[in-house]
Design a protein around this ligand. Structure first.
Ligand SMILES: [Zn+2]
Length: 332
């Protein structure tokens, strides 16, 4: 009965895990996020994947101690609702995701913000274990941020950690959020793709879209950016250089404000580009760091792709205030 379920609900995929009392993964299952329909279809897909992950772990889903879900959008963990999840199909109003899944699976359900639970997982079990305060930087389609202070998640009034919308250039490029000059407008993979399409359309030569088609993709995934770099693609290099500069300024600004001990870099691009880009982000921060004699540690996320779902499972059994994270809890 010590097994818990965790769901990382993303715009393109849903990752389900079952973990034991030591947070070791016993079973995992991944599937695509429905692209049509509405919240009820997404809830059904979650329930199916959870049952499959439980089967892989050798337990019945309704025997789990509970299920945690890391969700995008406006998450109300008290009410168990998710609203305004723009990356999910037909999800405009507020939907009782918690209640729906409790009924469907017969176990208690806890909701949390997707980026924050991934940060909590790194703080409790991953690269942030040795630090009391940290900033999680999730560099992927967008740029997400999660904050841990004195080993507690800092949620602000609910949406703290929106690192991607820290302004790095007044009156700068337009961000997917509609504002101008945000970090995400320069470093988000979605924004980088839009920029690459525009420049390619104006005649800049690049292998990015050729690589994309060859891989049977319709989007520039992190893997495609990495491959283009391997081939010395000028445009890919230029856009990634710009992203690193913006990350340096944005992350350094957050560190100047919070003075955290560590910055953990994850997300699709962060994990895929790995150590060389971790080092480049560190170097790009330095000119902007007020306390440049004692910069924070910059580490790569240690839990990789499963971090979000493992972090969601940590929500189960935690107190109403988000709870205190275990100091350096054991994890292989
Ligand atoms: Zn923005």
């Amino acid at each position: 009965m010590d097994q818990r379920g965790g769901i990382d609900l993303g715009g393109t995929k849903i990752q389900a895990v079952v973990v034991d009392a030591r947070n070791e993964v016993l079973g995992a299952e991944r599937g695509p996020t429905p692209t049509a329909g509405g919240p009820a279809d997404v809830a059904e897909a979650i329930a199916d994947l959870m049952r499959a992950a439980a089967a892989a772990a050798g337990v019945e889903a309704n025997a789990l101690a509970g299920l945690g879900i890391g969700s995008p959008g406006e998450v109300d963990s008290e009410r168990g609702t998710v609203g305004q999840a723009r990356n999910l199909p037909g999800w405009e109003g507020s939907y009782p995701l918690g209640e729906t899944l409790e009924r469907e699976l017969g176990v208690p359900v806890r909701l949390g913000n997707d980026v924050q639970v991934a940060t909590d997982a790194e703080a409790e079990l991953g690269a942030g274990r040795d630090y009391d305060s940290m900033l999680g930087v999730f560099w992927g389609t967008g740029v997400g941020g999660g904050i841990v202070l004195d080993r507690k998640p800092w949620l602000g009034r609910g949406i703290a950690g929106e690192l991607g919308h820290v302004v790095v250039r007044i009156g700068g490029r337009r961000c997917p959020c509609g504002r101008h000059g945000c970090l995400e407008a320069y470093a988000g993979r979605g924004s980088m793709e839009a920029r690459a399409r525009k420049l390619a359309g104006e005649g800049r030569s690049t292998q990015l879209f050729e690589l994309m088609e060859k891989r049977g993709r319709t989007r520039l995934t992190s893997g495609i950016w990495a491959r283009a770099l391997d081939r010395d693609d000028d445009l890919a290099r230029e856009l990634l250089d710009e992203a690193v500069e913006a990350l340096g300024a944005g992350v350094a600004s957050a560190v100047n404000l919070l003075d955290v001990e560590a910055v953990i870099v994850g997300g699709g691009l962060g994990v895929r580009l790995g150590e060389p880009y971790r080092a480049r982000i560190e170097a790009a921060m330095l000119p902007h760091l007020f306390n440049d004699d004692a910069p924070p540690a910059i580490r790569l996320a240690a839990l990789g792709d499963l971090g979000g779902a493992i972090g969601a499972a940590l929500l189960v059994g935690r107190g109403g205030d988000g709870g205190r994270l275990a100091p350096g809890a054991g994890h292989a």
